[in-house]
Design a binder for this molecule. Structure first.
Ligand SMILES: Nc1ncnc2c1ncn2[C@@H]1O[C@H](COP(=O)(O)OP(=O)(O)O)[C@@H](O)[C@H]1O
Ligand SMILES: O=C(OP(=O)(O)O)[C@H](O)COP(=O)(O)O
Ligand SMILES: [Mg+2]
Length: 395
């Protein structure tokens, strides 16, 4: 179903409210470690300002909880980053719908860009609150969704805001259109063996997709923090590893259903602190000592996963195998990335952090597609529909 895109609307002299996914990875000094999500939104951004539109960008960053204003969740670094990429000043509002935002929206001129502060600093964003959505909707004449990484969410900015802009154009951006087109084509009739690799830290979100993936894929490989919830389900010792206790029963069911299809780590690289300089050891899966936490798949698992990837014809990967930001816990991720680079399989790597990892490790040019969405690309693979896209205007 073709949607109206940003280039189909006349934006000259109009204000466009564009939802982007500028949830970029930041280091401890608040530097953006991977600006892909900003760069990938440039075509839609330029399409508006080059035609004399006034552009308001809105996004979330991370998952702030009751810590509105905390600098580690601020979108401010993205304004400087976008300013550099566009070679023009980008205004930044220190709030989302407050006095600063209202003043800066009112001052916006044709061809200028304003970024609002983190939507999730306002509780109304996750709740889909109508009053909050109404304030955002009141800022603009046109709504555009170019936030592919967030398309599986029904947050206010994704659904309630466009709904509140009744009668005004609601369009899709170039990035969302391109990602949906690429991913739906690639997974419509995948070449087999079809291997899915899951890792990362968003365990409770992503464990729920495994059931469906087992019906679609030939192998589902589990690394990252999710592995320890499965370990717990098998009665293993997980030390201080990240686990989701309320998902242990689900993990048991998935192990029973998955059989040989579900490949769990056989060893773990663990450390006694969450930093590169901690004391480290490699142990068998399920034998993590007290005081240690699992921070990467172990070398045996890396080998086993690499072999499985080598035999694949299609690979979809979301979530790093370990804490790749802290070497040497990047080794598992590197081994899997190397195997993908060496294979001629169609390979799709998705996720804000997975994309950063593949870029940092130097393999980004050797995969078929780097997607800006992790949870979103998994949702597509499962066949989920995006409410946030369905409600946009038809072409
Ligand atoms: N064993 C682990 N323990 C804690 N965090 C982990 C572990 N393995 C991976 N991670 C973290 O997962 C994060 C990425 O998770 P996630 O957001 O789910 O992936 P993506 O952004 O690719 O979708 C990374 O920052 C990485 O450090
Ligand atoms: O980073 C994101 O997803 P990803 O980690 O799956 O790539 C998106 O910005 C969505 O963030 P959310 O999972 O906090 O809603
Ligand atoms: Mg992420």
């Amino acid at each position: 179903m073709a949607k109206k895109t940003i280039e189909n609307v006349d934006v000259a002299g109009k204000t466009v409210l564009m939802r982007v996914d500028f949830n970029v990875p930041l280091d401890d000094a608040l530097n953006i470690t991977d600006d892909r999500r900003v760069r990938m939104a440039l075509p839609s951004i330029k399409s508006v300002i080059d035609r004399g539109g006034r552009l308001i960008l809105m996004s979330h960053l991370g998952r702030p909880k009751g810590d509105a204003g905390d600098a580690k969740f601020s979108l401010k670094p993205t304004a400087a980053c976008l300013g550099k990429l566009l070679d023009q000043d980008v205004a930044f509002a220190t709030d989302t719908v407050g006095d600063d935002a209202k003043a800066k929206v009112a001052a916006l001129q044709d061809g200028q860009v304003l970024i609002l502060e983190n939507l999730r600093f306002n509780e109304g964003e996750k709740k889909g609150d109508a009053a909050f959505a109404g304030e955002l909707a009141g800022f603009a004449d046109i709504y555009c969704n170019d936030a592919f990484g967030t398309c599986h969410r029904t947050d206010a900015s994704m659904v309630a805001v466009p709904e509140a802009m009744d009668g005004k154009p609601k369009v899709v951006g170039f990035l969302v259109a391109k990602e949906i087109q690429y991913l739906s084509d690639a997974i419509a009739s995948p070449q087999r063996p079809f291997v899915a690799i899951l890792g990362g830290a968003k365990v409770s979100d992503k464990i729920n997709v495994i059931n469906n993936l087992l019906g679609i894929c030939d192998k589902v490989l589990i690394g990252g923090a999710m592995a320890y919830t499965f370990s717990l389900a098998q009665g293993g010792q997980v030390g201080d590893s990240l686990v989701e206790k309320d998902k242990v029963e689900l993990a048991k069911e998935l192990i029973a259903k998955g059989g040989d299809k579900l490949m769990l780590p056989v060893d773990t690289h663990c450390g006694d602190d969450f930093n590169s300089n901690c004391n480290k050891q490699v142990v068998k899966a399920g034998e993590i000592p007290d005081g240690f936490e699992g921070l990467d798949i172990g070398p045996e698992t890396a080998k086993m996963f690499a072999e499985t990837v080598k035999a694949a014809k299609t690979v979809v990967w979301n979530g790093p195998m370990g804490v790749f930001e802290m070497p040497p816990f990047d080794e598992g991720t590197k081994a899997v990335a190397q195997a993908i680079a060496d294979s001629d399989a169609t390979s799709i790597i998705g996720g804000g952090d997975s994309a950063a990892a593949i870029q940092q490790l130097g393999f980004a040019d050797q995969v078929s597609h780097v997607s800006t969405g992790g949870g979103a690309s998994l949702a597509m693979l499962e066949g989920q529909e995006f409410a946030a896209v369905n409600l946009l205007d038809e072409a």
